[in-house]
Design a protein. Structure first.
Lengths: 314, 360
């Protein structure tokens, strides 16, 4: 019997990680830690460097410089040992097309020293009905759930999920979220990359917002929003949109975002800002063009917008 | 070992669920045997039309006529001399035999009789096949008339255990072709799995690359053995091509050949980025091999400047080894040389493949 000296409270330690593809720095000096039992999210637009960072941690890519340790072990030195204890879901891999769901889970289970019974994993991801279906005949949602099932088959200490709900309909997305929430409750560490703000807000204890290969903010979703926005957002559509300089003079307005006809005004005094907007519309004779006017709490999307000046999906 | 077995089983499962793969691996070589088998067996039934001119119904001319009609490859067509010669010139007859008048009378008088054969030297078969047969037939007539016993006789005996027909030559060639396809195209699977990120997905688990490659190779070898049994089975049941050699030696050669062509395939596509890019590379290797290796017709037919190429390509040696073992054909090279060349190709390509293969 081998007894671990101490269970490390830091399960992933990333230290000044750099990775370039030609002249592009995909990962530009990234450092962070993930704690045991935490659901950690990397949030950012496509091409921000999330997947590259995740794949270096998973041992699928080599960093140019910097150090990564996973479960207290050096991924560059003992990849096989770490891979026994982590589960990885890759972004859209195609699987062997002519085997069934059950067969591919049995195949992947055989790669590990220990694994969860196939029946349990089928149950967990609602795949029991489709266990005899060939992989090539699965729907997008079923494929995605199978892909997550394969990441969990070895009962991993850390589950890496890369864009797990991309391409799913809202219902399938919610059901996958509840699977991830269950895992989180069971004390599993989850490393999630996503470009869905709602997903990060709902699932993650902590989020690192990443853009152009760098972490631009890192905290719990709530803290990120509180730090950057004491105010709420007023959102509307107007054609033509008011100039930003005019919007900034509205009472209570702290920050404005205009893209085409879509306008967001962040305000610390909703009633006065709102009446200024309505007065403006009246003055320029565009009241009937004013559409979809509503007030909402700030979200991670707003944080991203504020920090980068861009929408995450642009 | 558990992972190896599971990988092997899932590859076999996938194969038997894939109708296209099934067709190309099993039905295609069988189709080949049938097509060639029918073409060549048709050649055995060829008969030659011979014109016969006799102007009386004397005993001797009837006798000659009888003897000629008994020859299985001849079809006798009687008629007037001028008509028959005209037909010969048109190419409708291969030869015309003319029996002179009064043959009985002349023989009775003890005078030699001249039987004339007209033929067209431009038709090579006439000179090579028909004339010797006709001569033999006339000798037989002479012997019957003079009633002399045969004192010296020629009995033919082949130095091979049995006579090689075209189909006997061809079946080992088809087996070699199947092994070539099976081995070379095996590499496409790896390229496809790399392209579709299946290799990357495997790489995210503790699975060893070598376990994966060995299970792929084992899978291909199992297919090769099944294919061999099917080809030999059909060839023996339908075309009576008997496997005369040692089964263990043959199966060993099948496995060696499969390994050699797998490693050539892996080396060839080591740097190919996509399946579309890998396919033409494999075809460029495969086509010259098919036609220059002598698996479909003997290399004697090839021009001399091709000899060095013929002597390099591994399929030449696999085909030669199969022919020696399966139908006891005359060796092109000693069997040990065949095996040595295949092993050399195997090791060189394996080392290059291991060095050059891109996993990502």
């Amino acid at each position: 019997m081998k007894i671990e000296k101490e269970i490390p409270s830091i399960v992933i330690n990333v230290d000044h990680l750099v990775k370039s593809y030609g002249v592009i720095k995909a990962v530009n000096d990234i450092s962070f830690q993930v704690l045991q039992g935490e659901a950690f999210g990397m949030l950012g637009p496509n091409g921000a460097g999330k997947t590259t960072t995740a794949e270096i941690i998973e041992g699928l890519r080599q960093a140019d410089s910097g150090r990564v340790s996973v479960l207290g072990l050096d991924i560059a030195r003992v990849p096989a040992k770490i891979k026994q204890r982590i589960g990885i879901q890759l972004q859209a891999p195609s699987l062997l097309p002519l085997v069934t769901v059950q067969e591919i889970l049995q195949l992947f289970a055989s790669f590990y020293k220990q694994s969860i019974p196939i029946d349990d994993i089928l149950e967990l991801l609602a795949l029991r009905e489709s266990r005899k279906i060939l992989v090539k005949n699965l729907s997008g949602g079923q494929q995605q759930r199978l892909s997550v099932a394969m990441a969990l088959i070895n009962n991993p200490d850390i589950a890496f999920l890369d864009e797990p709900t991309t391409g799913l309909d809202p219902q399938a997305r919610r059901s996958l979220w509840s699977v991830i929430e269950d895992m989180r409750k069971k004390g599993k560490t989850i490393f999630l990359t996503t470009h869905y703000m709602e997903e990060a807000e709902r699932l993650c204890d902590r989020v690192a917002i990443i853009d152009h290969g760098q972490i631009i903010a890192m905290d719990s979703p709530k803290e990120l929003i509180n730090t950057h926005f004491k105010e709420s957002a007023i959102q509307f559509e107007l054609e033509p949109a008011p100039p930003e300089v005019v919007l900034q003079t509205f009472p209570g307005a702290t920050q404005v975002m205009v893209s085409n006809s879509e306008v967001i005004v962040y305000s610390n005094n909703i009633p006065t800002t709102m009446s200024a907007i309505l007065k403006y519309a009246e003055k320029v004779n565009l009241t009937d063009k004013l559409k979809d006017l509503y007030v909402r709490e700030a979200t991670l999307e707003d944080v991203f917008l504020k920090l980068t000046g861009r929408k995450i999906r642009e | 070992m558990k992972a190896f077995n599971k990988l092997l089983i899932s590859d076999l499962r996938q194969f038997f669920r894939d109708r296209t793969a099934l067709f190309f691996t099993f039905a295609f070589p069988i189709l080949f045997i049938f097509i060639f088998g029918w073409v060549f067996s048709g050649a055995g039934d060829i008969s030659y039309e011979i014109g016969l001119v006799k102007n009386d119904s004397s005993v001797t001319s009837e006798g000659i006529s009888q003897i000629l009609r008994q020859i299985p490859i001849f079809e006798i067509n009687e008629g007037e001399k001028t008509d028959k010669l005209a037909e010969l010139e048109e190419g409708n007859l291969r030869a015309v035999v003319v029996i002179p008048d009064d043959i009985d009378t002349n023989i009775g008088l003890g005078q030699p009789v001249d039987i004339r054969v007209y033929y067209d030297p431009a038709q090579t078969t006439s000179a090579q096949i028909i004339l010797p047969v006709l001569k033999q037939a006339i000798d037989e007539v002479n012997r019957q008339i003079t009633q002399q016993p045969i004192l010296v006789k020629l009995t033919e005996e082949s130095i091979q255990a049995h006579d090689l027909r075209d189909i006997d030559y061809l079946v080992p060639g088809i087996l070699a072709m199947s092994i070539l396809f099976l081995g070379l195209f095996g590499s496409i699977v790896l390229v496809e799995r790399r392209e579709k990120k299946i290799l990357k997905r495997f790489g995210a688990t503790p699975l060893n690359r070598s376990t994966m490659v060995f299970s792929q190779i084992t899978y291909r070898m199992i297919l090769a053995l099944i294919q061999t049994l099917i080809i030999i089975g059909i060839a023996s049941l339908v075309f009576n091509v008997q496997m005369v050699g040692n089964w263990f030696l043959l199966l060993g050669l099948v496995l060696l050949g499969t390994l050699t062509f797998i490693s050539i395939g892996y080396f060839a596509v080591a740097r190919a980025k996509t399946t579309e890019g890998a396919m033409p590379i494999i075809q460029i290797i495969q086509f010259p091999m098919l036609f220059l290796s002598g698996i479909f017709f003997p290399v004697d037919f090839m021009p001399d400047f091709m000899r060095p190429i013929i002597a390099i390509i591994p399929l030449t040696y696999l085909g030669d080894a199969f022919r020696q073992v399966m139908v006891d054909a005359t060796p092109l090279y000693p069997l040990s040389l065949d095996i040595a060349v295949l092993i050399a190709w195997l090791f060189v390509c394996m080392i290059l493949a291991v060095k050059l293969f891109r996993w990502e």
